[in-house]
Design a protein around this ligand. Sequence first.
Ligand code: GLU
Length: 303
Amino acid sequence: MLNRVLNTAFEIGKEKTELGTVATYIPELGKADKNDLGVCISTQYGMTLCAGQCEKRFTIQSISKIINFAVALEKLGAEKVFERVGMEPSGDAFNSLMKLEKADSTPHNPMVNAGAMVICGYLTEICTFEEMLQHARRWCMDEEIYMDEDVYASEMANLSRNRAIAYLLHSKGYITADVEKTLDLYVKMCSLSVTAKSLANLGLVLACKGVDPKTNEVLLQPETVKIVNTIMFTCGMYDGAGEFALRVGIPSKSGVGGGIISVVKGTMGIGIYGPALDAKGNSIAGIEILEYVSKNLNLHMFE
Ligand code: GLU
């Protein structure tokens, strides 16, 4: 049943890839093949189902915001973390500067660039990139995750907008760490090379309250997972989060590299790679796939 739904969903998604475009504002991402597509489902009973290119590596981009956020929550606690970043959807583009200049300009949430930079500011003061990489490898159950040097260099060379955001936040006291170090950590985390399978594994840990169902090891505190999943649900799909919540009804986070991670409470993690994006920056095939899977397996949270 699960396999049949997955394969049909994949075929439906495959028809859509032609309609999207790959991100090019980070030039290295423009080299992706827009017809690539992979979907992986990882279940609490230890089953892994794949369709298409599940093992193909691509950069995690904004999905790293979840890892950054989780580490900050675990190390600092929610009260401290939310001193400098909000928990409301922004309705604006992920890299918007528009509202940051206003009087109460607390970045909306940790899923938009400004909020993620606040989180990286905290992290810069308390841990190293190496430590972050180890968390990513463990939580994604993928020891081969590495930092893609080409994508990192490409983003660092085209960072004006994110630099502007970070310096503005620094000028207002939302970032107190060294700005360049903060940006370096942010971009390094975006450049982690993952697969649809690694995202499905991370999704499963988040679906199982932070426990690795294979070993029963506690990887994240349940409170951290509750907060991360909630913010993903309301803010994870750029300014398309509301429509996505209605159509799919599963906490998810996407990245401009074409990845999507989805968390089905208590049941499964879903990872997708489809670099052809829609106008909002979400994988065009990925959304179709998730909508089909959600409908046919009855996974919508409110259905
Ligand atoms: N590295 C990208 C940026 O900051 C991530 C954006 C995304 O995936 O939404 O522009």
